[in-house]
Design a protein around this ligand. Structure first.
Ligand code: IFG
Length: 526
């Protein structure tokens, strides 16, 4: 029997021990899930005020034997392993585990809101991520990474603890098409750069990678029936550098990598304008039968395929056939922009015929908004970039609109006049300008029902390497991802910029060379 003095001493010891445990945690114990800085902002978050702790023995349990879901489990493990140093074994399980694991299941996300919806329930004992499709699980995995401390993204082992605030998240996207474009023609970027760009899209739940594969300065995709397109047309770039191109094998590798991240590749062959690289590669594509010189400048609108020659349509059919066979996604982008030296009376039948060719090869057409001058096929999408009249003309033909207004969404626009990279013909796009708009009310006559989604193009006349890509893409990309995912009614700049500020640590952890806009309250690493 212990006496009063001893029991007081014991109580004091217990208090000291508890304090040591709490202090030694070294980090604020997350206990409010609704205060986490998730981008895109989820549809609904409820908090229960405790936390789940990732431990060395935490497994990732996957319901059933689906290879695809096990692969998502392994993707999550690979995301968490470097910084935690934990084994994070991925195991198939027949029934819901009791405790101590991250559990992925396709048993439905609690509300059937489309194929990218998910539900994440975190308790002290279990992290349960459920969805109705693997894509939904994959989107939910990005949320798990974002509600762990920013250090989770570091490539080397960190001191934990690795705690996740408890509660429930139900989430699904507002638009089905949420993407970004990389212009690999003006300057060529290798497969690894494209994969890193793809990672950025995946982290922020975007689902389309549009590759601008041909233009005046370079043809970047091997076409076996027209080999000179890449041998000659891929041999240079803006400024005269050595250029480059993707072999069909490399393109297939990019497409597979995107697919593994639940991202669809949209390949673009720009025509009839922006075709000097093709015109330099094959004399017969020119109306005068003379091959053009390669072009390494940055002018636009000076080139056109010979719309009156039959060989032009054989060329296009060969290109679209080979590209379609390499592209699992539903779309082929035919460009159609800035065809300033193609007469309108030639442009219209040309676009009509090219749409027929694309549809004949089983794909749907996307084109820049000028294609609205032609008769759009039923599933053709017009990408609105500069001309609101064209967008309205497309809608009046029943076409859907992909919103990429240059003055809001062009990632090659300078942040302000001091930005060393980029252009400003459409205006300066600081982080708030890129975020503070609603596609559904941006153009009169075009409402949410007419819009498939949003895409942020990065044109690369002035962008030459991955660091420069990162500087122009971050921190604006998460904002476009949120515009595509989160309803406008739930978005406002004042609230968003605080969440974005917390992502600075994540950008740093991922080695992203981002523009530290003065408009954003960047949080210091803890
Ligand atoms: N417009 C051109 C691009 C590129 C861009 C640079 C479109 C659809 C200006 N066409 O944007 O090729 O040069 O900001």
């Amino acid at each position: 029997m212990i006496n009063k003095r001893q029991s007081q001493a014991l109580r004091a010891l217990i208090v000291i021990f508890v304090l040591i445990v709490l202090v030694s945690c070294g980090q604020k114990t997350p206990s409010d899930l609704s205060k986490e800085s998730i981008i895109p902002k989820p549809v609904s978050v409820t908090t229960t005020g405790e936390y789940f702790t990732l431990r060395p023995g935490t497994d990732i349990s996957v319901q059933g034997e689906s290879e695809e879901v096990l692969k998502i489990g392994q993707y999550l493990a690979d995301r968490l392993k470097p910084s935690t140093g934990f084994k994070l074994n991925v195991k198939a399980t027949a029934k819901e585990p009791k405790r101590g694991v991250i559990y992925l299941t396709l048993s439905g996300s609690g509300q059937n809101s489309g194929d990218e919806s998910y539900e994440l329930i975190v308790t002290r004992k279990l992290v349960k991520l459920s969805a109705t499709t693997p894509a939904g699980l994959f989107r939910g995995v990005q949320t798990i990474a974002q509600i762990l401390p920013a250090g989770i993204e570091l490539p080397a082992k960190q001191e934990g603890p690795w705690k996740i605030a408890t509660g429930t998240i139900n989430d699904y996207p507002n638009y089905s098409y949420r993407g970004a474009m990389l212009d690999v023609s003006r300057h060529f970027f290798g497969v690894d750069d494209v994969k890193r760009f793809t990672d950025f899209l995946a982290y922020y739940k975007m689902n389309v990678l549009h590759l601008h594969l041909s233009d005046d300065q370079g043809w970047r995709i091997e076409i076996k029936s027209w080999p000179n397109l890449t041998i000659h047309g891929g041999s240079t770039q803006v400024g005269g550098g050595k250029g480059g191109f993707y072999t069909q094998e490399q393109y297939t590798d990019i497409v597979q990598y995107a697919k593994d991240h639940y991202i669809t590749v949209v390949p673009e062959i720009d025509m009839p304008g922006h075709t000097n690289a093709a015109l330099a590669s094959s004399a017969e594509l020119n109306c005068d039968g003379k091959a053009r010189e390669l072009y390494t400048g940055t002018d636009v609108g000076f080139s056109t395929l010979c719309t009156g020659n039959e060989i032009t349509y054989k060329f296009i059919d060969d290109v679209i056939r080979e590209l379609a066979s390499l592209t699992p996604g539903p779309y082929i982008h035919i460009g159609g922009d800035e065809s300033h030296v193609t007469k309108t009376e030639d442009y219209i039948p040309f676009i009509n015929r090219v749409q027929e060719i694309v549809v004949a090869h089983g794909k749907q057409v996307i084109g820049w908004d000028e294609i609205a001058l032609a008769s759009l096929k039923p599933n053709t999408i017009a990408q609105c970039w500069a001309n609101e009249k064209n967008a309205n003309a497309a809608v009046s033909q029943g076409a859907k609109i992909l919103m990429s207004p240059a003055r809001k969404a062009y990632l090659d626009m300078q942040y302000d006049r001091s930005t060393k990279l980029g252009l400003h013909w459409a205006g300066y796009i600081e982080v708030d300008v890129g975020y503070n708009w609603d596609p559904a009310t941006f153009i009169s006559g075009i409402s949410k029902d007419n819009i498939v989604g949003i895409e942020a193009p990065l044109w690369t006349e002035t962008i030459t390497n991955i660091d420069e890509i990162e500087y122009m893409v971050f921190p604006r990309l998460p904002g476009y991802a949120e515009i595509g995912w989160t309803p406008a009614a739930s978005r406002n700049w004042e609230e968003y910029m605080t969440r974005l500020g917390k992502h600075g640590e994540r950008f740093k952890a991922m080695g992203i060379d981002y523009y530290q806009s003065k408009l954003v309250p960047w949080s210091e690493a803890k």
